[in-house]
Each structure stands twice: as structure tokens, then as C-alpha cells.
Ligand binder design. Structure first.
Ligand SMILES: Cc1cc2nc3c(=O)[nH]c(=O)nc-3n(C[C@H](O)[C@H](O)[C@H](O)COP(=O)(O)O)c2cc1C
Length: 332
């Protein structure tokens, strides 16, 4: 049951981060069963893939909503066209990636290197905002390379919000090294500085500001929410998805029964059957579920059974049923 309290919260109050190869549509379908309120981000999809690629990169299930599409690109008209298509398909938000430090992304002049070009980011946001009426948001870092101070971030936020009309930012609270570090190292080595994100909210109180980076518990999330409007969780939510089950009640104040992990697995069966009939491999869906029973007896057997069997030809829901039985038997 939705309590009135939830209505005043911005959609970004709690979200699962965009993660390439991780937050695909199967993952989001699964996460949605754990939390009705969490905003779910797609993996980054480039404008080139959407406009010229062969696959259907915007495909998703309505049940996943609300879903934010993260776009990678720096060409205003291409971004606007992609945003328009996404809005027509029912996406709830368009997010521009100005925070990814991979070489591949830098060659395309987007991702974190866009932090050095706030005027271009403003143009991109402005073009998208003219094309759609859903929120257009920007995800970025708190600095890049030696431009690692509050003034640099402040200028970026000023230009993108004032010239581009962006009123909604998610800040990964560490800078990115554009050369020398891999994307993975760039998520671990530069130190976290939450206070710089808090300062943005203090100086730009009219903007919606969400914080990201290294947040591992809902208790930590609650502390951040005293300073900013939203918390984005990445790796912890993926590796320990059970954490999402308490989000609706603890962060959105919604009275609902906490979804039980075993019931969530069972609720996946019809979706899995439908997907298998379309040619999806079981393992492509169950790989997102491996961490669900973290800390519960039988969790290791559950993971092992899926890892060893879900990728086999012809593997179907029965494999998941068997894996689930290994946990329920142990904990009963
Ligand atoms: C496997 C993986 C893929 C990622 N892909 C993206 C991406 O496509 N777009 C993006 O903005 N950030 C991406 N990130 C960064 C996350 O969105 C997030 O900013 C980062 O992991 C820090 O949050 P965390 O400490 O809660 O994980 C990725 C992170 C991981 C672990």
C-alpha cells in the first residue's frame, strides 16, 4: 500500500546504478520484484547503437518500470533522437553518462571526459529536454585528473544547470583518472569524498542531487539522505540483491510485506519460461540471482548449482527449482 509519505520523495531517492553487462533487462525484472520503488537504470547504451545498431537496445518489460535509460554520447541531435524514442517507449528518465572513464568511451568523446566540456554537456541536455518531457539527468564524477577540486565541480554544475537546464545530478563521489587506470580501478582507487557532493546540494539547493559510490547498507543510505536527495547503489545492490527487499519500507516509508527471497525466485518462473520460449538462455537470467541468499544456509549450494547447470543446453526452470530447494531444505 502506498502511503502518502512516498509521494513527496523524488524518484531518485533510491536507485540501482547503471552497470554495463550487469543491469540488463533480466536483472531489472528481478530487482523490481524485490523493490517496487527503487529507480532502476539501464546499462549505458550509446546513441550509435540505438540509431545504427542491429539489436533492439531499448527493449524492456513494462513490469520493470520505473526505468531510467542511460545514454552514452555527446552529439546533441543524436541524443535528442534517442531520448525521444525512449520516451515513446515509456522510459521514466533519460540519464547522460558523463562519468565513465573507459578508453573506448573517451575515443567517442563521451563519459567522464565530458566533465572537461560542460558547455557541450549543457547543449546535449538542452537538446534532449527540448525533445522530451520526462526528466533529463546527468551522472558524473566529482572531478577528473588534476581537475580535482570543488571549484571545477561547481563550474560544471553551474554551466550544465544554468545553460542546459539540467536540474538533476547523480554524483559518483570520486574523481576519475582518464588515463592510467582501468574502469575497475577507477571505481576503487581514487578516494571517496562525500562532503564535496553534500556541498553541491548546499550551494545548489534547487537541484536534485543524488550521491553514489561505496554505499553498502540502507543505514548508510539514510545518513546520506540527510544531506542529499537520493542515493544510488551499484555493486552492493547487484552482489547482494536481498538488500533491495527493505528499500520500500525503510527508505520510502511504504507499508508492505518484505518480499521473501524464495518467493521472489518463484515469481521469476513465469518470466523465465516466457524468455526461454523466445530463445533466451537460463543462465543469462539466473546469473543476476546468484547473490540473493547471501548469509543464508544453503546459499553456496544454490550458487554452485546454478553456476554449474544454468548454462547447459536445454536448462530450464527446473534447474532453478532444484537450486532453490537446496536453500529451503537447509533453512527449514
Ligand atoms: C560492472 C560495472 C559496470 C558499470 N557500468 C556503468 C555504466 O554503464 N554507466 C555508468 O554511468 N556507470 C557504470 N558503472 C559505475 C556505477 O554506475 C557506479 O557509479 C560505481 O559502481 C560506484 O557505485 P558503487 O560503489 O555503489 O558500486 C559500472 C560499474 C560496474 C561495477
Amino acid at each position: 500500500m502506498n502511503s502518502d509519505k512516498s509521494i513527496q520523495y523524488p524518484m531518485q531517492r533510491f536507485s540501482v546504478a547503471p552497470m554495463l553487462d550487469w543491469t540488463d533487462r533480466h536483472c531489472r525484472y528481478f530487482h523490481r520484484l524485490l523493490s517496487g520503488q527503487t529507480l532502476l537504470y539501464t546499462e549505458m547504451v550509446t546513441t550509435g547503437a540505438i540509431l545504427f545498431g542491429k539489436g533492439d537496445y531499448l527493449a524492456y518489460s513494462r513490469q520493470e518500470q520505473p526505468v531510467a535509460l542511460q545514454l552514452g554520447g555527446s552529439e546533441p541531435q543524436a541524443l535528442a533522437e534517442c531520448a525521444k524514442r525512449a520516451e515513446e517507449l515509456g522510459y521514466s528518465e533519460i540519464n547522460l553518462n558523463a562519468g565513465c572513464p573507459s578508453d573506448r568511451v573517451q575515443n567517442g568523446r563521451f563519459g567522464a571526459c565530458l566533465m572537461a566540456e560542460p558547455e557541450l554537456v549543457a547543449e546535449c541536455v538542452s537538446a534532449m529536454k527540448q525533445a522530451v518531457s520526462i526528466p533529463v539527468t546527468v551522472k558524473t564524477r566529482i572531478g577528473i585528473d588534476d581537475s580535482d577540486n570543488y571549484e571545477f565541480l561547481q563550474r560544471f554544475i553551474s554551466v550544465v544547470s544554468e545553460r542546459g537546464g539540467c536540474d538533476n545530478f547523480t554524483l559518483h563521489a570520486r574523481k576519475a583518472w582518464l588515463s592510467g587506470l582501468s574502469p575497475k580501478e577507477n571505481r576503487e582507487i581514487p578516494p571517496l569524498d562525500y562532503s564535496r557532493v553534500y556541498l553541491v546540494k548546499q550551494e545548489f539547493p534547487h537541484l536534485t542531487v543524488a550521491i553514489n559510490g561505496g554505499i553498502k547498507t540502507l543505514e548508510e543510505a539514510k545518513v546520506h539522505l540527510q544531506h542529499v536527495d537520493g542515493v544510488m547503489m551499484g555493486r552492493e545492490a547487484y552482489q547482494n540483491p536481498g538488500i533491495l527487499a527493505r528499500v520500500d519500507s525503510e527508505l520510502f516509508g511504504i507499508e508492505r510485506e518484505i518480499p521473501q527471497a524464495a518467493a521472489v525466485i518463484e515469481a521469476m518462473y513465469p518470466y523465465i519460461e516466457q524468455e526461454l520460449s523466445k530463445g533466451t538462455y537460463l543462465g543469462h537470467i539466473t546469473r543476476h540471482m546468484l547473490g540473493l541468499f547471501q548469509g543464508i544456509p544453503g546459499a553456496r549450494q544454490f550458487r554452485r548449482h546454478l553456476s554449474e547447470n544454468a548454462h547447459k543446453a536445454g536448462a530450464d526452470v527446473e534447474v532453478l527449482r532444484q537450486a532453490l530447494a537446496m536453500v529451503t531444505e537447509k533453512s527449514s
